[in-house]
Design a protein. Structure first.
Length: 300
């Protein structure tokens, strides 16, 4: 994104925050549905609606551009990482409150920093290591024995965090050669096809009421619109401004978890969420500052 693209930073922040609210709503609806249906069913319908929306809304204007990629194999692997992350997160939500599960998954930016140091030869530095250790300490606070969290649910959330980190690493790797909309389309397509084929084996649960059908439609719609708002936000504001704001999703997750399920995290869990959010914000700001310094050095 060039400087000329950043015209309205406030608009970008508003788009980004709106996307955060939509994702928190999607996670809350996913938890509600995952308590009544198998997780693959919930995830399948999310991706089917997401993919269908992209075809209806974008295919007429984008045409072949919607499916054109240069490194299709990596694009599909990236999409598969997010699809599996969605499944593990839904499985975690079956066993954990929304806020705690979301906080564990928000370890992913820290994992990205560590993996980038190992795989992409990026310098991690003392700040990165301190933030990573603090983030894992935050998860231990969230999962302390008195919290009453399901150990299997924590494992599922950690799996979702690892897969989300892999998705983010591949996003960074592909950002130089691929357009945003095709990557978003293949993300929906892989999830829709993969989980859609599994529906006959997992279909069941209680009879779908109009309210349940509305929730099923909403999770795919919220995902699609949320990703669109994220993309629009980066057209108006620099990533260095937007990235630290993603941890506001933990606040919304806690609020919606209280409204929908009457769950309030205990003090240690809240402290752990704050530690994870602070560590993630620190490492995100540091990464953006390092990238900016590198760009300035290359221009001189």
């Amino acid at each position: 994104m060039t400087g000329s693209d950043v015209h309205h930073p406030l608009r970008g922040v508003l788009f980004f925050m709106a996307g955060i609210v939509l994702f928190a709503c999607m996670d809350t609806a996913t938890k509600y549905l995952a308590a009544r249906y198998e997780a693959p069913v919930v995830v399948a319908i999310r991706y089917l609606v997401h993919c269908l929306l992209m075809v209806i809304v974008l295919a007429p204007s984008q045409g072949r551009k919607l499916v054109q990629t240069q490194r299709t194999g990596l694009v599909l692997v990236r999409a598969a990482c997010l699809a599996f992350a969605s499944l593990f997160f839904a499985l975690a939500l079956q066993r954990m409150p929304v806020a705690e599960a979301s906080a564990v998954v928000f370890l992913s930016p820290l994992l990205v920093v560590l993996a980038a140091g190992l795989l992409l030869d990026e310098r991690v530095g003392l700040t990165g290591w301190v933030a990573a250790i603090a983030g894992f300490g935050g998860v231990l606070l969230i999962a302390h024995p008195g919290a009453g969290l399901d150990a299997v649910g924590i494992v599922f959330a950690l799996c979702a965090a690892v897969l989300t980190a892999s998705y983010q690493l591949l996003s960074r790797l592909l950002a130089h050669t691929e357009q945003t909309l095709p990557m978003l389309f293949y993300t929906g397509l892989v999830g829709a096809v993969g989980y859609g084929l599994s529906l006959p084996w997992f279909w069941g649960g209680e009879r779908a009421t109009p309210w349940i059908l509305l929730l099923f439609l909403s999770i795919g719609t919220l995902a699609g619109v949320g990703h669109f708002l994220y993309t629009a936000a980066h057209r108006h504001a620099p990533a260095s401004v937007l990235a630290p704001l993603q941890y506001a999703q933990l606040v919304w997750a806690g609020l919606l978890g209280w409204i929908a399920f009457s769950h309030v995290p205990d003090r240690l869990s809240i402290l752990g969420m704050g530690v994870v959010a602070s560590a993630g914000t620190l490492v995100t700001v540091r990464s953006r500052m390092a990238a900016r310094a590198l760009e300035q050095a290359s221009e001189t």
